[in-house]
Design a protein around this ligand. Structure first.
Ligand code: HEC
Length: 191
């Protein structure tokens, strides 16, 4: 009887050792298997198909073309960093384009500023600015300038007329000899 218990005990010890050994083997195999699995995934020649489960691609396309048309893409890429996505700018640093007399007034004004830049002291709604906006004449095509001017004149509640490609071409030609950015005084005297 005692011997039988001993034998049983012995078998139990053996069994638990076996399990322990096996789990050691498992722990060794598992990372290798995982690694191999990852490698198989990474080295897969065919690119995994992007299934776009939540329509993210459509959202991006919608933002790019947007309700603002092609001008929205130019604005978001070139202007929003200063004037902000909502057009409101940053108080005392970058003037708001929302409700701005210059943006909404004679369409030549915004086109002239975008072509040649604007610098020096200005005051808007009682807030003073004295910054520099760089010219865009070398970085934006006439079409892009027409698009972005139309966008800022018709977005965020702004509602002024659209600006045509021909208008931008004519203003660029007429002001070809202009050097440096406009001051506000200079700008207003061109009208
Ligand atoms: C690096 C910052 C910066 C970027 C980018 C920028 N602007 Fe400006 N913008 C300014 C500053 C600063 C002023 C005011 C200059 C001053 O103080 O005389 C200004 C003024 C203006 C004004 C005149 C607003 C008013 O009420 O007088 C318009 C219109 C304008 N920007 C349009 C644009 C458009 C369109 C773009 C993109 C093509 C653009 N800006 C990109 C900084 C920027």
């Amino acid at each position: 009887m005692v011997r039988m218990i001993h034998a049983l005990e012995h078998r139990r010890v053996l069994l638990s050792r076996l399990i322990r050994n096996n789990s050691t083997i498992l722990l060794t195999i598992l990372p290798v298997a995982l690694f191999a699995g990852c490698y198989a995934f990474v080295s897969d020649e065919t690119a995994p198909e992007w299934t776009d489960p939540i329509g993210a691609r459509n959202d991006i396309a919608a933002i790019a073309s947007g309700t603002g048309g092609p001008g929205a893409a130019v604005y978001n890429a070139r202007c929003a960093v200063c004037h902000q996505m909502n057009g409101k700018g940053i108080r005392g640093v970058y003037p708001s384009l929302v409700g701005s007399d210059i943006t909404l007034g004679d369409e030549q004004l915004a086109v002239l500023i975008i072509l040649h830049g604007l610098q020096g002291p200005i005051e808007r709604d009682g807030v003073k600015f004295n910054g520099v906006m760089q010219p865009w004449k070398n970085d934006l095509s006439d079409q892009e300038i027409a698009d972005v001017t139309t966008y800022i004149r018709t977005s965020w509640g702004n509602s002024a007329s659209e600006v045509s490609l021909e208008m931008v071409q004519e203003i660029r030609d007429r002001t070809r000899s202009k050097i440096g950015a406009f001051t506000e005084e200079e700008l207003l005297s061109t009208l």
